[in-house]
Design a protein around this ligand. Structure first.
Ligand SMILES: [Zn+2]
Length: 466
């Protein structure tokens, strides 16, 4: 046996059917060194390793609980996918022309340009709809054939799919795939496009027949994922801060906030929008307060002359035009709401205190996964070098800069989620749609937004007026 390679297999790798940490990996070893209790399987693994090596698909040997396994590495679009083959699955992989296959990058599926086929697993709700259909006697097929011979089918996995998608690890009698056979496919993206267009069209046709909408199983790696135990919690307060709520929160936005909390983390786009909605609820309230204060400022100015057309004109100019409810543009309303409700100095200290927290790192890093501007939480003035100027309101405009950059960051993301009309790309960074891997990058911004939404909801002026 030789050295252990520097290779950490990830849980995301292909259907291992176990914990990868239980495997010891080796670049090379003689399978004959292992016990001879399963000589036939070891011969098969040796044969498979030779085939994989000549097809340039061999990745590593491994031993799990004393049993040998092989790891094959296949192309999957721009990434790769690993297939773990042990004594239980070696026979079916050997029987499969695996050298002719690649994996799909974004779905649980395989494709082959030499076989002119693509096949992807589908998921369906357990209510029996589609399975009852297949188990009916005689079985009714969900399959059609185009005039040019292309065959489209929803059914139990092909032998190749069973071998390469490891469906036997699941209950193979419950696994179904959609497959397209006889379609010339020159490149990975064409295969994926085929399941997304032709495959999805067929699934939509099937929906009214079985009373269920089966769907392709998306796969993507999450290059950055918030560890679930690392959420920034509002700490540092103790029980002495509890007071009888006066004013209490408004019931409607409070329910929105609790609702947003209940949305699971794997629906990041929905979660983001739900927290945004909490803040949005207050837009008209704070936009009106701001207009009223500006008008009062003009009216109370000693130089204001109600008989002067020019002075009355100032009043008109202070009232915004356009925007929802004639209260000005939405971004301006967001800035106004945050400025009014969020204690920026406290937020700044809070984020500074959690500077090494994964969320803060993500928000302030120069490498922004979603192309946002990095959030600058430090003062950019020289006040930090002057300790006697560290009291709030000492004249710098860094708080205002931070409020505006918070608002801009959130508003841009919100637009990239909401504005997804076909052919319209009104933001340079591109859309963030629920099924895109980018949606997973929202985690840090969702935590920021949650923090801000809570601040807006519980700000005294946001309370329920008596
Ligand atoms: Zn400053």
């Amino acid at each position: 046996m030789t050295r252990r390679p520097h290779w950490n297999v990830s849980l995301d790798d292909y259907r291992l059917g176990g914990n990868p940490n239980d495997i010891d990996f080796y670049d090379e070893f003689d399978l004959c060194d292992l016990s001879d209790r399963n000589a036939k399987r070891i011969d098969e693994l040796t044969l498979l390793a030779a085939r994989a090596k000549s097809a340039n698909l061999f990745r590593a040997f491994g031993i799990r609980y004393g049993d040998p396994l092989l790891v094959l590495q296949f192309p999957a679009g721009e990434s790769t996918r690993h297939l773990f083959v042990d004594a239980n699955s070696v026979e079916e992989v050997l029987a499969c022309p695996f050298e002719k296959y690649e994996y799909l990058q974004n779905y649980d599926g395989i494709w082959s340009c030499r076989q002119n086929r693509v096949e992807a697993l589908i998921r369906y709700s357990g209510g029996g709809g589609i399975l009852a259909h297949y188990r009916s006697d005689p079985p009714r097929a969900l399959a059609v054939r185009a005039d040019n011979g292309i065959a489209l089918r929803i059914g139990f996995p092909s032998a190749d799919a069973i071998a390469l998608l490891h469906t036997h690890i699941e209950d193979s009698f419950r696994e179904l795939t959609v497959s397209i056979d006889g379609l010339p496919l020159a490149a990975h993206d064409e295969a994926e496009e085929a399941v997304e267009t032709v495959g999805n069209a067929f699934l939509l046709q099937v929906e009214p027949i079985i009373g269920d909408l089966p769907h392709l199983i998306p796969r993507h790696r999450r290059p950055w994922k918030l560890p679930s135990n690392s959420q920034i919690r509002l700490r540092g307060a103790d029980e002495s801060t509890l007071v009888y709520p006066d004013p209490p929160v408004r019931s409607e936005p409070a329910k929105m906030y609790f609702y947003a909390h209940r949305i699971p983390g794997d629906l990041p786009v929905v979660r983001f929008l739900a927290f945004y909605q909490v803040i949005e609820y207050f837009f008209p309230i704070y936009a009106r307060i701001r207009i009223v204060e500006q008008l009062q400022g003009i009216l109370q100015s000693p130089s204001f002359n109600p008989r002067s057309a020019q002075d009355v004109g100032k009043l008109i100019a202070a009232v915004p035009r356009g925007g929802p409810q004639g209260l000005g543009a939405e971004l301006g309303q967001l800035v106004t709401t945050l400025r009014r409700c969020v204690n920026i100095d406290a937020l700044r200290s809070f984020l500074t205190e959690h500077r090494n927290h994964p969320i803060t790192v993500q928000l302030t890093s120069n490498e922004q996964l979603l192309g946002s501007q990095p959030l600058r939480i430090e003062h950019s003035c020289d006040r930090q070098s002057l300790p006697n100027m560290s009291s709030p309101n000492s004249g710098c405009d860094c708080d205002e800069v931070l409020v505006k950059s918070l608002a801009q960051r959130i508003y841009n993301l919100r637009n990239r989620i909401v504005h997804s009309k076909e052919g319209v790309r009104d933001n340079a960074e591109g859309s963030v749609l629920p099924f895109m891997p980018q949606a997973d990058y929202l985690d840090a911004d969702i935590e920021l937004l949650r923090h801000l939404a809570r601040g807006v909801l519980t700000a005294p002026e946001s309370g329920n007026p008596r």
